[in-house]
Design a binder for this molecule. Structure first.
Ligand code: PXP
Length: 257
């Protein structure tokens, strides 16, 4: 066990595009937000090009691919159309997510066990192009094992259930969900898979997740873009970064005490 390496922050800028698209113009520009995020300490930028293009557009992906000097993590459904786009732009990473037209956000993890055969060619094609493949999965052991069978170098654990339990003040469920994240992050490391987490994280919920020593990256979007309304994007990201660093340092101190 590595005992607490640096925890990367990937900032998801989808909802800057949501606000832009509400008026159909060019403002606010998600690429400008991405550059501000990097200035404030983001280690990477995440963007989800949805089949229905409800927020990020094809042009955004093209501009992010050209304009960033930090890794771009393209979230994408396993479809021929998205694969062709990923192969064209060759982002640093591609996170395969499940996608349903009617959902408000990515509601669950990928079905990596039942969907194994369907996912095999997508994982293979992305890997062949040197794109780091990540699979967005529920924090379940069978899903981590399923990702290993698919040869994915990275998994991202869906933190939504943990965040919902925390926000609802349900301490029992919060502890159970946190333990599921911990257990799967440990298992991923044992299987040689880099482990990320994301979805629903806020200033209040990030600490306990950031303290999990086998996590390498958190991807955070909606809350940061919402907070930006009140204090600015850079300030929100700096505070998130500080909370992550403090949680890591405290957990390291507790382990060595
Ligand atoms: N990670 C993945 C795979 C996601 O699909 C999302 C949401 O698009 C996030 C992280 C970020 O979640 P949130 O916007 O709730 O912070």
């Amino acid at each position: 066990m590595t005992g607490g390496r640096y925890l990367r922050l990937g900032v998801n800028i989808d909802h800057v595009a949501t606000i832009r698209n509400a008026r159909g113009g060019a403002h606010p520009d998600p690429v400008r937000a991405a550059l501000a995020a990097v200035k404030a300490g983001a280690d990477g930028i995440t963007a989800h090009l949805r089949e229905d293009r409800r927020h990020i557009s094809d042009d955004d992906i093209a501009r992010l691919s050209d304009g960033l000097d930090v890794p771009l993590n393209l979230e994408m459904a396993a479809t021929e159309e998205m694969l062709a786009i990923a192969l064209r732009h060759r982002p640093h990473a591609a996170c395969i997510v499940p996608e349903k037209r009617q959902e408000r956000t990515t509601e669950g993890g990928l079905e990596v066990v039942r969907g194994h055969n369907r996912l095999v060619p997508y994982v293979a094609a992305l890997k062949e192009e040197g794109i780091r493949v990540s699979l967005f999965i529920e924090p379940e052991r069978r899903a981590v094992e399923g990702a290993a069978k698919l040869g994915a170098p990275v998994v991202e654990l869906h933190a939504g259930a943990y965040c919902e339990a925390a926000l609802a003040g349900n301490e029992g469920a919060r502890q159970r969900e946190l333990e599921r994240l911990r257990d799967c992050a440990r298992l991923a490391e044992d299987l040689g898979i880099e482990c990320h987490a994301g979805h629903g994280l806020t200033f209040d919920t990030v600490g306990d997740v950031a303290a999990i020593p086998t996590l390498v990256e958190l991807n955070i979007g909606h809350f940061l873009i919402g907070e930006a309304i009140f204090g600015g994007l850079e300030s929100a990201i700096r505070r998130m970064r500080a909370l992550m660093d403090k949680a890591r340092a405290d957990a390291r101190g507790a382990r060595s005490a």
